[in-house]
Write a protein that binds this ligand. Structure first.
Ligand code: BGP
Length: 475
């Protein structure tokens, strides 16, 4: 691997920061996403959070309180030798309602101290500007990304953080997993549906508004500092045909395109022809501003970041067993075993996905999420022996290195997800743990929040120290 390869870890404010009322922070969508049976209908945008019972538990409000523990957490990341750390800003900590003329200085100062703490250890910050996050006030007033009115407000937020951190941050990601909007519209983009809504039209319009906002952010970033590197972010994972039946192959190509659509626009600068055809077939006429096409064309991203948890699989006949995996419906692949949450485990799929993306876009890639959500138990001796996590990460790192060394994929870095345990996005659980660092907290919110190094902590430290060389020796 190249010497400047960015080994690190990733988290996001909505799932780890907490401090929901500190520094004058405004309410954000994560503050109204509950734990339990109502979580899915809320995230899908088909249930209104204002109808939730009073005793509802909202796990994101405190999360793992990284707000109060960041110095300790960053010191642990430094101990593992992180070269970079991916995290996100909470938009409503900086603009509590999204519409203030001046930013909230206390919120900005929090991130400034946070970034300074990273730089103290020579850890490169990688900032996601919007990770499943938007001020709740904008959801209530404008219906979130349904409305173009949110575009200039987002841009204003971008301007403030780009200017403030002009000399401290180089890597920016506009929207986390932009394609999530199609699957969990409220969690992904604050979209709620009302009776009579043309659901697909609402989603594509919101997607268009985000795509334009993303391109405008790229433009602004490059004006403020030409050295800024701005990326898009895809929930990736190639879709395999269940068989060599051409019907299955065709179905898999269509499914891949559903995800590529966003990145095609962000990386190539225009709506792909297959997307135009889908819109035409569905009778959807998007509200496209006069300048939009030009803005999209002229402001493509510098790199493509992605999350990879698993591959997907489809059968054209829709028969057979279904498989789990990051909210994308998929047929069960008989060649793969699954995690405790039913997500397939497919390291070779990472190599395939990286190659497919690199072939398609020819831009540097950055793996900004990967990992195994698993139940951890503390042994009698006080340690956590998470060999299953080491196995998962080891095999995926090996596949990633093959993609780089054998296939020539240009890869900037690797930041496994939830490097410190945090709240699961899909389930709201604490018990679905990804970290090298254990956090003492349970699904009901009880615990001391104490941090404990797991076995994988020491293993990953060695991976970074050897620039991945030690992983190569496994079978
Ligand atoms: C991605 C999200 C993350 C993260 C991860 C794992 O979709 O970008 O925010 O949570 O998936 O998913 P989960 O937390 O549901 O296990």
């Amino acid at each position: 691997m190249r010497k400047d390869f960015l080994w690190g870890g990733a988290t996001a404010a909505n799932q780890c920061e907490g401090g929901w009322k500190a520094d004058g922070r405004g309410m954000a969508i994560v503050d109204v996403i509950p734990h339990g049976k109502n979580r899915m209908p809320i995230m899908e945008g088909i249930m209104d959070y204002r109808e939730l019972p009073e005793d509802t538990n909202y796990p994101g409000r405190e999360a793992i309180d990284m707000y109060g523990h960041y110095k300790e957490d960053i010191a642990l990341f430094a101990e593992m030798g992180f070269k970079c750390y991916r995290f996100s800003f909470s938009w409503s900590r900086i603009f509590p309602t999204g519409e203030e003329t001046e930013p909230n200085e206390a919120g900005l100062k929090f991130y400034e101290d946070f970034i300074d703490e990273l730089l103290k250890y020579n850890i490169e910050p990688v900032v996601t500007i919007c990770h499943f996050d938007i001020p709740l006030a904008l959801v209530e007033k404008y219906g979130s990304w349904k409305s173009r009115k949110v575009i200039p407000l987002f841009l204003n937020y971008c301007r403030v953080v780009f200017e403030r951190f002009k000399n401290k941050v180089c890597y920016w990601i506009t929207f986390n997993e932009i394609n999530m909007l199609m699957h969990l519209p409220f969690m992904g983009a604050g979209i709620r549906f009302s009776e009579g809504d043309h659901v697909l039209k609402v989603k594509y319009q919101a997607a268009h508004n985000e795509l334009v906002a993303s391109a405008m952010a790229v433009k602004l970033a490059h004006e403020i500092n030409p050295k800024f590197q701005v990326g898009c972010m895809l929930a990736a994972g190639s879709v395999y045909p269940y068989s060599c039946n051409p019907e299955d192959v065709w179905e898999s190509l269509k499914r891949d395109r559903e995800n590529y659509f966003f990145i095609d626009v962000q990386a190539r600068g225009e709506y792909p022809v297959y997307a135009k055809k889908i819109l035409e077939r569905e009778g959807i006429h998007l509200d496209i501003g006069t300048e939009d096409i030009k803005i999209l064309k002229e402001n493509t991203v510098d790199f493509i970041s992605l999350s990879y948890y698993n591959s997907r699989c489809v059968r054209a006949d829709g028969q057979g067993e279904a498989s789990g995996g990051n909210v994308f419906a998929s047929a069960k692949n008989p060649y793969l075993r699954c995690s405790q949450w039913g997500w397939p485990i497919d390291p070779m799929g990472l190599r395939i996905t990286l190659n497919a993306l690199y072939d398609r876009y020819q831009k540097p890639l950055f793996i900004v999420e990967n990992g195994l959500g698993a139940v951890d138990t503390i042994d009698e001796d006080g340690n956590i022996y998470d060999d299953y996590r080491i196995d998962y990460l080891q095999s995926h790192i090996k596949a990633m290195m093959d993609a780089v060394d054998e296939d020539g994929v240009d890869l900037i870095g690797y930041t496994p997800w939830g490097c410190v345990d945090l709240i699961s996005a899909t389930t709201g659980e604490m018990s679905k743990r990804y970290g090298f660092i254990y956090v003492d907290k349970d699904d009901m919110g009880n615990g001391t929040l104490k941090r404990i190094r797991k076995k994988s902590f020491h293993w990953y430290k060695e991976v970074i120290a050897t620039n991945g060389e030690n992983v190569k020796t496994i079978d």
